[in-house]
Design a binder for this molecule. Structure first.
Ligand code: AHR
Length: 332
């Protein structure tokens, strides 16, 4: 009888021990966290936080790649430096993420790190700006804006509003040099100027897509040029900065002023300034790429091949015809 009692106690202790291990986890043999291991791990190297457009883009990506939706997002802000982006990509590779997403600061210089990702078998998605590569197989897909077309849209508007032979003094505020957004919009302007013989770009400088630098550069330009007909500004934030600089020295701009302003992005604030008649023409650049990138990733998850390139549809807003509804419809 005593022997039977001992056997029963030992069995009960064994069962209780097994149950305890199952519920609390064995420290020497960690039980994988099922929910975490099911998640798709995405490393995203973002350009920075230089503009309202960029903040809206980051928000769109963060809202898409959430844990509740099955993703673990590793987000790295490169502070507008390519070297930081390369470092982040290498970190993603060593962490063996499932996908790498890159919003590239500039077009050139990605091949070595793209090759490292390819060798590690990690699919690479490019978003927003484009890259230049000697081997297109190094990345899976790209989705973003047609920046050259955006510049062309601005030129069509200028041609409608200024005669080709009119002497036009143009100031050109460029974005970050070497980025597709700068290259495309600059090419658009260049093409317009070479067709319309009276138009002259008297000065061209970079404000790096930021409001602070836009203001700084414009303040310098205003000291050198008494007459400016058109400010071609490669994003809204630089336009806001340039407007501040003009306000400070009493130069007028917009529909009722001396300087016609053409801007890009058409952010919420940019459209408010357009409705107020301070920006004459604003060409849209859509930052809501989160769902678009997710669609690419989901295609791959399901064993399909996404298209190599996907351009986003964009429009433009004229101070003469923009409505309050246009602004209300804008989420960024
Ligand atoms: O690449 C998109 C551009 O980058 C936007 O026009 C600008 O605002 C941003 O910083």
């Amino acid at each position: 009888m005593k022997k039977i009692t001992v056997i029963v106690v030992v069995c009960l202790l064994f069962i209780a021990g097994a149950l305890y291990m199952r519920m609390s986890g064995n420290p020497s043999q960690s039980v994988p966290d099922q929910s975490a291991s099911d998640m798709i791990v995405v490393g995203f190297s973002q350009v920075g936080a230089e503009s309202d457009w960029r903040m809206a883009n980051t928000k769109s990506m963060r809202e898409t790649f959430t844990e509740a939706r099955g993703y673990k997002l590793l987000f790295r802000d490169a502070q507008q430096k390519q070297s930081n982006q390369i470092e982040a990509i290498r970190e993603f590779i060593s962490q063996k993420v499932n996908y790498i997403i890159l919003a590239p600061v500039m077009e050139e210089g990605w091949d070595p790190v793209l090759k490292e990702a390819k060798d590690a078998g990690i699919p690479f998605v490019i978003v927003d700006r484009m890259i230049k590569t000697s081997d297109e197989s190094l990345y899976t897909s790209w989705v973003g804006s047609d920046f050259r077309k955006e510049g062309g849209t601005a030129m069509t508007w200028m041609e409608k509003n200024f005669a080709s032979d009119k002497d036009l003094v143009i100031v050109h505020l460029q974005g970050s040099r070497g980025s597709s957004a700068q290259i495309g919009r600059t090419e658009g302007l260049q093409a317009g100027v070479s067709k319309n013989l009276g138009w002259k770009i008297v000065v061209r400088d970079s404000g790096d897509f930021t409001q602070v630098k836009g203001k700084e550069v414009m303040a310098r330009i205003l000291k050198q040029y008494d007459k400016i007909d058109v400010l071609y500004c490669e994003n809204d934030n630089m336009a806001f900065g340039a407007m501040e600089a003009m306000d400070e020295v009493g130069r007028t701009y917009g529909v009722k002023g001396e300087v016609t302003i053409i801007s890009f992005d058409a952010t919420h604030k940019g459209l408010e300034e357009t409705l107020a008649g301070k920006i004459n023409y604003n060409v849209e650049c859509n930052p809501l790429h989160g769902p678009r990138v997710e669609q690419i990733i989901q295609l791959m998850e399901n064993g399909n091949t996404p298209s190599k390139f996907a351009y986003v549809d964009e429009k433009a807003f004229d101070a003469a015809s923009i409505t309050k509804e246009d602004i209300d419809a804008r989420s960024y």
